[in-house]
Design a protein around this ligand. Structure first.
Ligand code: NAD
Ligand code: ZN
Length: 362
């Protein structure tokens, strides 16, 4: 089968022939139908986050089950599934206390370089990425890395839920638990930020302020629920937000992954407000905050994959789409082939796209 392999950071991905073995007892072989390009993949391509190479990236996908291992009862061949990198064991302390995103069982949630699921007829090991590797025609995954979805859900829209949508929506609903009427700021309105905005709208947030340097993104944000927009090029972002909110917001979400914007997210909080950092700030970088701000009970927290319980959350997101509350069609800027993946990332870097999705059957 064909897969896009990253050999070295800052080099184009190369389409190569690779293979996967038959599923082990708790594994599922999936025919990949759609894979979205997420900015997290780009962070790894650019070496801002380390990963053993060569590797097949990709982690936002949907497909159809082809084969299941001997102990798998959850799915059968033909089922439609969405993948999630938040693979869980179900028995560690974090899983059993309701935080499966933080699963600590590394036999299930394997560490980078640990999985031996991909091979390619060379001595050199080919690494699986985040226990998924979606930029490939097939995926071999643990059964707890997938969720079944209804078959009338278009797979290209379902794929988006697998990372971008669950991350943005979940940051608002699960991590920050935004209450009806509270004010929200989303800094960075890409695929993930847009889901935070749509999620804030679903949660009944009051003021929803979108911050982005791209006017086209701000326009779409308004369609998805933003009540106000802020362009950083028009002056100090923190001051602009304070002016709009009578002194500060209840919830800010940094969905970009930069030191400056993470600091802005904290600085724009009202007393008692919470900043949630969703963006992946380059590995090793530190952020600076004013200590005084903590005296008024301002908080800052991380959010991993929207603190999801994806077996519950993702089918609910499908229902939101079906009921017209989640505007997934608006996310897709381009449908591309696997062979066009490098162009897809170049467009992401240039800010031209919200989401490009690889259509494997096209
Ligand atoms: P994206 O490239 O689609 O979007 C980034 C957006 O930021 C663009 O709309 C761009 O115009 C805007 N932008 C650029 N500079 C800006 C500035 N100074 N101020 C405001 N906006 C600005 O990215 P994405 O796929 O939505 O991912 C966003 C971030 O979320 C990335 O860092 C990604 O790695 C991270 N992420 C985190 C998790 C998690 O579990 N925490 C999961 C998925 C993605
Ligand atoms: Zn992602």
């Amino acid at each position: 089968m064909k897969a896009a392999v990253l050999h070295e950071v800052n080099q184009p991905l190369v389409i190569e022939d690779i293979s996967v073995p038959n599923p082990g007892p708790r594994e599922v072989l999936i025919r990949t139908k759609v894979a979205g390009l997420c900015h997290s993949d780009l962070h790894f391509i650019e070496g801002l986050y380390p990963h053993p190479l060569p590797a097949v990236l990709g982690h936002e996908s949907a497909g159809v089950v082809e084969k299941v291992g001997s102990d798998v009862t959850y799915v059968k061949p033909g089922d439609h599934v969405v993948t999630c990198l938040s693979v869980f064991c179900g028995t560690c302390d974090n899983c059993t206390t309701g935080r499966p995103v933080l699963c600590t069982d590394t036999t299930v949630k394997m560490l980078p370089g640990q999985s031996n699921r991909l091979s390619w007829g060379r001595k050199e090991k080919l690494n699986q990425f985040l226990n998924l590797s979606s930029f490939a025609e097939q995926m071999l995954v643990h059964e707890n890395a997938i969720v079944k979805i209804r078959k009338d859900m278009p797979l290209e829209l379902a794929a988006l839920i697998g990372c971008g949508v669950i991350t943005g929506y979940g940051a608002v609903v699960n991590t920050a638990k935004v209450q009806a009427g509270e004010s929200v700021v989303v800094i960075g309105c890409g695929g993930v930020g847009m889901a935070a905005i749509n999620g804030a709208e679903i949660a009944g947030a009051g003021r929803i302020i979108a911050v982005d340097t791209n006017p086209a993104k701000l326009q779409l944000a308004t369609k998805l629920g933003a009540t106000d927009v802020v362009d950083p090029r028009n002056g100090d972002v923190v001051q602009q937000v304070r002016d709009l909110t009578n002194g500060g917001v209840h919830h800010s979400f940094e969905v970009l992954g930069r030191k400056e914007t993470a600091e802005q997210a904290f600085a724009m909080l009202a007393p008692g407000g919470t900043a949630t950092i969703v963006g992946m700030i380059p590995f090793g970088q530190k952020i600076e905050l004013h200590g005084f701000d903590f005296l008024r009970e301002r908080r800052i927290q991380g959010s991993s994959m929207g603190s999801n319980h994806f077996r519950v959350d993702m089918p609910r997101l499908v229902e939101f789409y079906m009921r017209g509350k989640l505007h997934l069609e608006d996310w897709i800027s381009a449908k591309i082939k696997l062979s066009e993946i490098n162009e897809g990332f170049a467009n992401m870097k240039a800010g031209k796209t919200l989401r490009s999705v690889i259509m494997f059957d096209a």
